[in-house]
Design a protein around this ligand. Structure first.
Ligand code: GAP
Length: 544
């Protein structure tokens, strides 16, 4: 489960997200139809987002890449630590399950974030996201709270403290501690991040993150309460026996699922990073307890390499083993838990979690076996002592589980942040450098002008490409406005290749007859290729 903790490793690269403005990225997302605020015409709704045409395709491309590489190709054919192909099967389970599922999983009792309210502004904060500052050496003054990793909120608190002290206090003139370290009596003198008055913050209280709902038209919440799932994982655990009984899988194997999850986050923020409705891509990989460590290392390293292959490279992506105090309720001491973290512009120079890889031991299967009073152990006929006939007698055990759990929306956000490339030399001033596999628009076809027979050649070419590549993304066709404006729009959409039909294409006397220009989004180079080879050219560039 997300602790919300961002690590603070320092680094800097040419495409350093620290140098990118989140406001600019969000503005482009709105302008080009990647992501809109949900319910925008009604003033929005905090913590919910809608994906527009480009965003929906980008998200689908990321989900499809995961589905293909992990599930269908079994980690792209990489052999597991047992030297055998990795076996994964998919499921698609209900968002609403019997509420007993969430009692067994620990979510009813334990899925809480400590939260504080500001009595003055009515803002709500996660206690572990709030830091407090006071003047160095002064134990009597007011304590000013600010939001961790938010420079603006820090600067605000420093300004308020300086005003209160009637002198300029430099950044290194303050003591900083986390709000959760303060005693109850000290809390009475806090000033909330956005408050003017003293003593505005309540004590931290546990806040259950699950969204309750009522089943049935006449049901009341107490007797007919159910929950929207806070993770897709439990739908997998409760179907473990079904999958074993109805398919040919044998341990070690994984069950994968993508789908919506809902958490009533105390402080949804940072665009889609912490939303109340989001999508996960989860694998529960079942193995013998003795093999759990090897599978944990396998999954941790393979998942990291997978994100790198999609373009999240260099210092912007790190693998971080959890500290002991961050372990979720299912992670026993000594079992591995690590995060793949991206340096988002709002976490830089720190990092924010993209995917967690956890050794969940047999916690979930054990809990469900106990609560549902059913047997979930597995009979492994490849293990155990040898019988007289030389065959293993078999062994019965509760498998251990390695869980690589990724956030689809966070993945999309990381890809958007990584792709965003300011370039003052271009008409658009910026382009989105998506990996061609992920780009929502795979190619655009333009007639240079809307006359001279050019649209008549360009439109059928676009239709041909759509026929061949339409399952992978959009093939754009546009004949309006100047070619410069159309290229600029494609740069902002992150379209890797634009094919343009011009006068020479149609001129039977030209050496360039029946050729088109290809504009490469990243290098801006233009070359001519024959119109007949456009499909194969694109296939090669898309790695097909
Ligand atoms: N089954 C384990 C599990 O759910 P988690 O760390 O709580 O673990 C997994 O969530 C991933 O889901 C995170 O790494 C993150 O990418 C994504 N995620 C979690 N909470 C989120 C939120 N409020 N908004 C967007 N994505 C979230």
């Amino acid at each position: 489960m997300s602790s919300g903790t961002d690590s603070q490793a320092q680094c800097s690269t040419a495409s350093d997200p620290a140098s990118k403005s989140m406001d600019d990225i969000m503005a482009l997302c709105k302008r080009r139809g990647f992501i809109y605020p949900a319910s925008e015409i009604y003033g929005g709704i905090n913590g919910f987002w809608d994906y527009g045409p480009l965003g929906a395709q980008l998200k689908k491309n990321l989900r499809d890449a995961w589905w293909t590489d992990v599930v269908m190709k079994g980690c792209n054919g990489k052999l597991g630590p047992d030297g055998k192909p990795v076996s994964i099967v998919p499921v698609d389970t209900s968002i609403i399950q019997n509420p007993k599922v969430w009692e067994a999983s620990g979510h009813v009792g334990g899925f809480n974030d400590p939260m504080v309210d500001c009595r003055e502004t009515k803002n709500r904060y996660r206690a572990d996201h709030l830091m407090c500052m006071g003047e160095k050496g002064d134990s009597t003054g007011q304590i000013y709270a600010f939001i961790e990793n938010d420079d603006k909120s820090f600067a605000n608190a420093l300004k308020k403290l300086s005003k209160y002290k009637k002198k300029d206090i430099p950044e290194d003139g303050v003591d900083i501690c986390s709000l959760t370290e303060l005693g109850a009596d000290e809390l009475t003198i806090t000033v909330g991040p956005d408050a003017k008055e003293v003593g505005t913050l309540t004590e931290p209280r546990a806040f259950n993150l699950m969204f309750p709902t009522v089943i049935g038209a006449t049901g009341d919440i107490e007797t007919n309460k159910a929950y929207l799932r806070p993770e897709t994982a439990q739908g997998i655990f409760i179907n473990f026996k079904n999958v074993v009984d109805t398919t040919r899988v044998s341990v070690p194997f994984g069950i994968a699922q993508t789908g919506k999850a809902f958490r009533n986050e105390v402080t949804p923020r940072n665009f889609t990073f912490r939303s109340r409705e989001f999508e996960q891509m989860e694998i529960e990989f079942f193995c013998h307890p003795d093999d759990a460590k090897d599978w944990y290392v396998f999954w941790r390293d393979w998942r990291m390499a997978w994100w790198q292959d999609l373009g999240l490279k260099g210092d912007n992506l790190i693998l971080r083993e959890h500290d002991k105090d961050e372990l979720a309720h299912y992670a026993k001491e000594g079992a591995g838990t690590s995060d793949i973290e991206y340096k988002f512009p709002f976490t830089a120079p720190g990092f924010g979690e993209l995917e967690g890889i956890a050794d969940r031991t047999n916690f979930d299967l054990k809990q469900h076996a106990e609560h549902a009073k059913t047997k979930l152990d597995y009979f492994d006929n490849t293990r155990g002592e040898l019988a007289k006939n030389g065959q293993p007698k078999g062994e019965r055990y509760l498998p251990h589980v390695i869980e690589p759990s990724a956030g689809l929306d966070r993945g999309v956000l990381a890809l958007l942040c990584e792709a965003y490339t300011p370039d003052p030399e271009r008409a658009s001033g910026v382009y989105m450098k998506f990996h061609p596999r992920i780009a929502p628009i795979k190619a655009a076809v333009f007639p240079l002008v809307k006359k001279g027979g050019m649209p008549e050649v360009a439109a059928p070419l676009a239709a041909e490409l759509r026929n061949r590549f339409g399952h992978l993304g959009t093939i754009d066709y546009d004949e309006k406005q100047s070619i410069g404006k159309r290229y600029a729009r494609m740069d902002e959409a992150g379209c890797p290749f634009c094919f343009t039909i011009d006068g020479e294409t149609l001129d039977a006397d030209s050496p360039n007859h029946n050729t088109v220009t290809v504009r490469d989004r990243d290098s801006l180079s233009q070359e001519r290729i024959s119109i007949a080879s456009v499909g194969d050219y694109l296939a090669e560039k898309l790695g097909l």
